[in-house]
Write a protein that binds this ligand. Structure first.
Ligand code: NCD
Ligand code: ZN
Length: 349
């Protein structure tokens, strides 16, 4: 495919990694995801995390009620794994389709992860059951030992935690979320995608740490895992451009109120829902790989989760799209990814 392409139609995508928060933030952000995606995996790291079926059902109801349009958006809920998660509860949630997966946050790895896992061995008994019932484990793959350099957190996690875990539970279905390194790409591509896959965000595809740290520090690029060196960004871009089935769309859209980001200790997370899909198409075009766009957005994810591919279609046209500058929430604002910038592609309505 070439730059002469003016219009492209694909199966409607799903976003396999989304943070919606709750209450007033949820109300303001949900329609951005609902407008572009048919289904989305909703991350459970609320201030009061979603740790059981009751909380999940109530949260799902709040999500559906907050949608402005009666669109057919489907939130897919996850359980926040703690060291005291009950196997019975997890299993019931999975069998009754309350949970599609469980999310593992190493303790203090990211936003609201203080109830996360201290030592992965402490939850091996849970992972064993998940392996038996085929319940996917979604992992925030970073070591949190403060002796490990922040830029090595992901690669060390693969060596120290993920590889031993996969040896112990080879049939456990795992998604390594928002991968950022060449090490992650190299390790994942050697494995069976039915058991090990990964999501990739638009920001890790578009930028590297130079973009965040040269000519003034850019807090809106600050996220977890942190942006890496350019060679890692290139490895991610090449992986999606060659159409590798291990990788699929997970935007990790993560809204934070501006005064929490612009602070003495600014929070990690990039709110990209208003532009994520158009940012991805931009990267695929830059890589001259628009022919791989649909499988990354709409096919590899459902295949991993053993779900049907969406019937709906979405059409993109080569027409400038200006990303909204800010979102007002009462007296607060949220600044989105690529705020005020213009992208080359729009959704055809
Ligand atoms: C996410 C958030 O804010 O909830 N932040 C982030 O930097 N990605 C959590 C996460 O996915 O790590
Ligand atoms: Zn996330």
């Amino acid at each position: 495919m070439s730059k002469n392409i003016k219009k492209i139609t694909i199966t409607k995508p799903d976003d396999w990694h989304v943070h919606l928060r709750d209450n007033f933030i949820l109300n303001r952000v949900i329609n951005y995801t609902g407008q572009f995606y048919k289904r989305a995996i909703i991350m459970p790291n609320l201030y009061n995390p979603i740790v059981d079926c009751k909380k999940s059902i109530a949260y799902r109801d709040r999500i559906l009620k907050s949608m402005k349009f009666n669109c057919k958006f489907q939130p897919l809920m996850t359980c926040y794994l703690t060291e005291s998660t009950s196997i019975k509860e997890l299993e019931r949630g999975f069998y009754e389709k309350i949970f599609i997966a469980a999310k593992l946050y190493p303790i203090r790895s990211t936003t609201n992860s203080n109830k996360g896992i201290k030592k992965i061995d402490n939850v091996y008994f849970i992972l064993k059951r998940m392996e038996e019932i085929g319940m996917p484990l979604l992992i925030h793959g970073e070591e949190t030992d403060l002796n490990i350099d922040i830029y090595d957190r992901e690669s060390k996690f693969i060596e120290n935690t993920l590889k031993p875990l996969r040896l112990k539970f080879p049939k456990l279905k795992i998604v390594l979320e928002h991968i950022t390194t060449k090490e992650a790409i190299d390790y994942i591509k050697e494995n069976d995608p039915f058991y090990l896959s990964a999501t990739i965000t638009p920001h890790h595809l578009m930028f590297n740490r130079n973009d965040m740290l040269i000519h003034g520090i850019k807090p809106y690029f600050y996220c977890s895992p942190i942006l890496k060196r350019k060679n890692h960004q290139i490895a991610l871009r090449q992986a999606i451009a060659r159409g590798d089935k291990h990788f699929f769309l997970g935007s990790d859209t993560a809204p934070h109120l501006d005064h929490h980001k612009i602070n003495k200790t600014g929070q990690a997370g990039i709110f990209n829902a208003p532009s994520s899909l158009l940012a991805y198409i931009t990267v695929f075009e830059e890589m001259n790989a628009l022919n791989q766009f649909e499988s990354f957005c709409s096919k590899n994810g459902p295949k991993f989760y053993n779900m049907p591919i969406n019937k709906e279609k979405i059409t993109f046209v080569r027409k400038p799209f200006k990303v909204i500058k800010k979102i007002q929430i009462g007296n607060n604002i949220i600044i989105p990814f690529l705020s005020g910038q213009t992208l080359n592609w729009s959704v055809y309505i």
